[in-house]
Design a protein around this ligand. Structure first.
Ligand code: ZN
Length: 80
């Protein structure tokens, strides 16, 4: 089974949108979405725009790490 990183905001959903880009849906504010770039360490939320490493970005980074680990073990076809 895939190990999941769940610390803050357990209801938030992280989705990969590109090679280095992710999209995080807020669990507490449905419909609200922020885009992260793990290459440039940016996020479209208010904190991210001020250069603060927000939890969206942290989660995207964790997600990417988890994804790499999973991708190494399993073939494609798994949707996070
Ligand atoms: Zn953010």
């Amino acid at each position: 089974m895939a190990r999941r990183h769940r610390r803050h905001h357990p209801q938030a959903t992280v989705r990969r949108t590109g090679r280095y880009t992710f999209e995080t849906t807020s669990g507490t504010r449905p419909g609200l979405m922020h885009a992260q770039d793990v290459l440039h360490l940016t996020c479209s939320c208010e904190a991210g725009q001020e250069g603060i490493r927000c939890w969206h970005l942290v989660r995207a980074l964790l997600w990417e790490q988890g994804y790499r680990a999973i991708a190494r073990k399993t073939a494609r076809g798994e949707r996070a």
